[in-house]
Design a protein around this ligand. Structure first.
Ligand SMILES: [Zn+2]
Length: 275
């Protein structure tokens, strides 16, 4: 039944082809092909959630006036017949999106990103072995080239994610931001050279990471933020479960909170991996 329904949806969606990203189309077409197979021959589409749950332990950017996520109960089923709460949070806390206006003026705010902007083929570059030796490691152009020798040239409009292994520290804010005695943070990120290569030579749509920032913790001038934001592109930070994604082939869907004029905000991020 599910595959019959999928077939109907595919037929409908294919008639509105210009509205869909290539990655989503491929997945739908793959699903249609799967529908024609016998049940024993069908493989399953996998969906991976790259989002941490929001709570008061979530990592946030340790800048002045920032602070933890707060939640309070407004009404309970026992007392009021329905449960509800309210929360407050910095935009740059937990799994979140940095909008183009975060580091550059006159660029789109989070609500101005289109749904098409927020979907694309996901590429994962693993630098875990390098960050074990050097927590300040910044992705190099050579790392991207090495990935391409194994997997081919990055597809246009890719969303590049780097897997640094930092997710193992999630839940312990001190270990995660890894500040030294002088307060300098130590965690991996992208180098300016790699950011420029990805933005200009490969025209990637966006970048993401499993740390507090796409720039390494030691950065003082945040070049990767500027490289992408100045080109109207966005970033993802504090991603969960990157290790569950293949190096290529997944489609990423990003659903940030739609704050009018906002510099970013919490996002539900998930990846669809074809069979
Ligand atoms: Zn941010």
């Amino acid at each position: 039944m599910r595959y019959i329904l999928l077939g109907i949806i595919v037929s409908f969606l294919l008639s509105s082809r210009p509205c869909l990203s290539e990655g989503v189309l491929e997945l739908l077409q793959e699903g249609k092909a799967q529908a024609s197979l016998a049940p024993s021959e069908r493989r399953m589409v996998q969906v991976i959630d790259l989002t941490y749950p929001l709570n008061e332990k979530n990592a946030y950017w340790p800048g002045p006036s920032y602070g933890p996520f707060k939640y309070e109960v407004l009404a309970s089923i026992e007392k009021h017949g329905a449960f509800s709460g309210r929360y407050s949070t910095p935009e740059h806390l937990g799994t979140h999106l940095d909008a183009p206006n975060h580091f550059e003026p006159f660029q789109p705010s989070v609500d101005q990103l289109t749904l098409n902007d927020l979907i694309g083929p996901a590429v994962v570059i693993d630098i875990c072995q390098k960050t074990i030796l050097d927590p300040d490691y910044a992705l190099q152009v050579e790392d991207v080239v090495e990935w391409e020798t194994k997997h081919g040239t990055l597809p246009p409009n890719s969303i590049v994610l780097i897997h640094t292994g930092w997710g193992q520290r999630w839940g312990d804010y001190e270990k995660y931001k890894n500040a030294d005695a002088q307060g300098t943070l130590h965690f991996p990120g992208y180098s300016k050279e790699a950011a420029l290569f990805l933005a200009e030579k490969r025209q990637v749509k966006a970048v993401g990471i499993d740390t507090l920032s796409v720039d390494p913790g030691i950065s003082k001038d945040f070049p990767t933020h500027h490289v992408f934001n100045s080109r109207g592109r966005w970033m993802l930070e504090n991603l969960a479960n990157i290790e569950k994604l293949p190096p290529k082939g997944a489609t990423l869907i990003v659903a940030p909170i739609k704050i009018e004029g906002g510099s970013g905000g919490q996002a539900r991020v998930w990846a669809i991996i074809p069979p």
